[in-house]
Design a protein around this ligand. Structure first.
Ligand code: FES
Length: 105
């Protein structure tokens, strides 16, 4: 199992915002969804687009390139043109830092 990695201070990380980080060599995007922090690999499985800048609707992010939608809770691809999930990461807040862990390792 991977290590917890601090990605951003929790303070000033408001609802609707996101932060980028790197965990075990994987680029991750962390989102604040109405006070809940959710993290996924910042990689659209359709053609490698960055999901961090996608539009949010609840816990769903739409890839800004061709519009594939992903669930931030599970990483599941919810609509074409993506069919494979992106990785979902665990998140916690410790000592004021939003920390992310990749459970795949
Ligand atoms: S790269 Fe994301 S939908 Fe095509």
């Amino acid at each position: 199992m991977g290590q917890w990695v601090a990605v951003a201070p929790a303070q000033g990380f408001g609802p609707g915002e996101h932060r980028l980080g790197e965990v075990d060599g994987v680029r991750v995007a962390v989102f604040n969804i109405e006070g809940e922090f959710l993290a996924i690999e910042d990689l659209c499985t359709h053609d490698g687009g960055t999901l961090a800048d996608g539009s949010l609707q609840g816990v769903v992010v739409a890839c800004p390139r061709h519009g594939a939608r992903f669930c931030l809770r599970t990483g599941a691809a919810l609509s074409a043109p993506a069919f494979e999930p992106t990785a979902c990461m665990s998140v916690r807040v410790r000592e004021g830092q939003v920390e992310v862990r990749d459970e795949r390792w």
